[in-house]
Design a protein around this ligand. Structure first.
Ligand SMILES: Nc1ncnc2c1ncn2[C@@H]1O[C@H](COP(=O)(O)OP(=O)(O)O)[C@@H](O)[C@H]1O
Length: 351
């Protein structure tokens, strides 16, 4: 059994976590019949994704230890809402469900947010959860429209929400400088007329991906420097994965390598969580021991299953209990030099 394989599981079941949090990705709700992904290999359950969100919300509400917060990893409603003039209605429907969650919700923005709304509309919307940021200087990159912030749910633990479409063709006016710069960048690597099509070897340069600006990377660098100093543990969350071993490379952030370089230059990061690639993925970076988790998407999970997770955080490890399609992963030890000061991080997923 899992417990025999993994004696530390017994340890953590007997301990009370410092706090727990919920995770859910790619709900892509739309009030429409089932369809398929672009390559017609995977069914998409647009309407019943709402029921799967409800199942997650009920599980979090009924749990003995209430989650301290919920991470919604982006693509909360599907782009098909836009041509149906249903964006606001669909968003209200999913947000009503989130509002009865027993904890504050941190929303990450994905490509489907931008298919429905402009960046400026998103900044004004309820999908902007930056009000939950720390009340401290530098809790968000100042003076820009980058949607990124950090929050600390418990002393010694910091979470950073990153904006993976800060450099992208999505959500910005075609006349603005950022759009023009993003267009120049994508055209260096993507020679297709349809920029959602991809070529090789740089398949990630498509319109449905994006990247992180220098301003955002500099801000992250300063957040991580301060976390290093305080010996905090940092989990970074965004929509788009950044490690080639935890996802199909067509789903990687445009400048995933620059983000990995920032992570690698700091000792405080223990985990990076993303959505976007609906069949999920996991790896531990060989050099740093940082855990890279891509959370399975609700939208491609059949109505009789589930796709959410609850993470229990202990002083020395995090244990992720997945429900439904989120597959078993257990006994991943955290191997970086943090071990001496933080112990090891055990990343466990049970079904
Ligand atoms: N290989 C491709 N060639 C052309 N367009 C594509 C390709 N893959 C996806 N698209 C288009 O890109 C957009 C995003 O793709 P989709 O698979 O729906 O993304 P997501 O997984 O985020 O829902 C859609 O409009 C889709 O039709």
């Amino acid at each position: 059994t899992l417990d025999k394989d993994n004696p530390r599981m017994d340890d953590c079941r007997q301990q009370t976590p410092l706090f727990t949090f919920g995770v859910i990705a790619d709900i892509q709700y739309a009030d429409m019949d089932d369809g398929y992904n672009y390559s017609r290999t995977r069914r998409r359950y647009y309407r019943s994704s709402l029921q799967l969100l409800r199942n997650a919300r009920k599980s979090w509400s009924e749990s003995a230890v209430k989650p301290a917060f919920i991470l919604q990893l982006g693509d909360v409603i599907d782009g098909f809402n836009k041509p149906r003039d249903a964006s606001e209605r669909a968003l209200d429907t999913v947000l009503r469900e989130f509002s009865s969650c027993p904890a504050e919700v941190h929303h990450v923005w994905g490509n489907h947010e931008f298919y429905n709304f402009s960046r400026s509309a998103l900044l004004r919307s309820k999908l902007n959860s930056a009000a939950h940021a720390d009340r401290s200087p530098n809790a968000a990159p100042g003076g820009s429209d980058i949607y990124a912030y950090r929050f600390s749910p418990f002393p010694g633990f910091t979470f950073v929400v990153l904006d993976a479409y800060d450099v992208s063709l999505l959500g910005r006016e075609k006349s603005c400088e950022q759009y023009i710069n993003a267009m120049n960048l994508i055209k260096l690597y993507n020679k297709n007329e349809d920029l959602n099509s991809f070529g090789s070897p740089t398949r990630r340069f498509t319109m449905f991906n994006g990247g992180f600006s220098k301003d955002q990377l500099d801000w992250l660098d300063s957040v991580l420097s301060s976390a290093d100093e305080k010996q905090e543990r940092v989990t970074i969350v965004s929509h788009v994965p950044v490690h080639p071993d935890c996802t199909d490379n067509v789903c990687l952030a445009w400048n995933f390598d620059e983000l990995l370089a920032v992570i690698r230059s700091h000792s405080s990061v223990v985990c990076y969580m993303a959505g976007h690639a609906h069949d999920g993925g996991y790896c531990r970076d060989e050099d740093t021991g940082v855990h890279h988790l891509t959370v399975d998407g609700v939208i491609e999970t059949p109505p009789d299953s589930n796709a959410f997770a609850t993470v229990s955080v202990y002083r020395d490890r995090m244990v992720l209990k997945g429900c439904g399609s989120i597959r078993d992963r257990h006994n991943y030890k955290h191997k970086r030099s943090l071990e001496s000061k933080l112990g090891c991080l055990l990343f466990t997923v049970l079904c």
